[in-house]
Ligand binder design. Sequence first.
Ligand code: EPU
Length: 422
Amino acid sequence: MKQMIIHGGKPLKGDVWIGGAKNSTVTLIPASILSRTPVTLEGVPRIADVDNLMDLLSEMDVECDFQDTTLRIDPTRIERRPLPAGKIKSLRASYYFMGALLGRFGKAVVGFPGGDDIGPRPIDQHIKGFEALGAQVDNENDQIIITAPKEGLHGARIHLAMPSVGATNNIILASVTAKGQTIIENAAKEPEIIDLATFLNNMGAVIRGAGTETIRIEGVDQLRAQVPHTIIPDRIEAGTYISLAACIGNGIRIHNIIEEHLDSYLAKVEEMGVVTEVDEDSIYVYPAGDLKMVQVKTDPYPGFATDLQQPITPLLLTAKKGEGVIIDTIYPKRIGHIAQLQKMGGAIRVENNIILIHPTKALHGAHVSAGEIRAGACLMIAGLMADGETIISNAGNILRGYDRVEDKLRQLGADVEIRDVK
Ligand code: EPU
């Protein structure tokens, strides 16, 4: 198990560079097996999810070479093998092997995915999509077996019950090489969907409308990667550092951002009174003055991201008066961090899945546990703000999604260390 040990209360200052988006990366790596030629991904973050996906690729004889931020994936000798358990359970995004294997081989045998403990996360819309494309989906011994008909998958019109990121991506992966046209209605509009479409279109796919609620895919025979693909910056990592900078920063510049991807988040922190200045691809966060409480409601993109409700929580604790409210409409049970913040002295509680926040003069160090990635990010910021020592157990969850986090925090002047413990 990993622990993050923080000696908090030190103002942080300087520059930090955002890595490639985790939720793009974890889609593009499985998507790479659709290519008949080697794939090069640039801007790949150093996160545990990438290591786990590379292990899954190696189980199918796909070679990977990861140097600095460039990941080369060679799927030319791929063998289709079942991916029943093990690493599949270590991350949610392993479910993208369902769509990718189905698209490449017409068959996928994949264990039920793992991932963060943030409440129920059904995949009924993914399965509905595969079935609409003509596949048979069976569920045996905690595995999903998806089989295309003899003549291959065919295009279909699929209306999603909710704009699911995972279902939209999985249907794209399965349908790029299906016969005919597929239309996804009520598709998710997240920037990471556009990144997947750009990646696949550069390999010869024909996908139009990514980033809108209707995506049209014309099936093609084969995909062949020709040019390196640079992954978009991680908007959730950027939002986390913006919150950190407003909570404990003495002037922090965050580089490699796309401002538009942060619109709803920036609107909220500005409503609180945080002052920022955006350049072409960086944002400077001034030391915060007296901040106002706000209400936050998460929504699908372009709304306020569920993945940022925990990172913004410590900032609300610093507001001077009033009551803050956070409602997560995507994952109402994403509240595991609240009890941990209470241990640190946070005036925060949950009523009927609604998080209520009151001004908190000071947080104090405590032994807390990171139940999942974004809860970990929230506790990391709280630990940096708190007086004394904070020990975050299960810090491996932070490393699943935050690129070289120890180095980045130290560069800002933080006293932080990640240790292996038994
Ligand atoms: N949903 C269903 N049925 C489905 C699919 C989704 O009911 O078949 C529901 C979910 O339970 C949820 C909502 O629809 O209430 C949205 O889920 P979505 O499918 O969009 O989420 P996801 O694809 O499983 C991705 C990210 C999450 C992020 C969500 C929402 C990846 C690997 N994961 O999950 O990221 O919270 O979209 O934006 O891309 C994180 O990075 O911390 C993280 C959890």
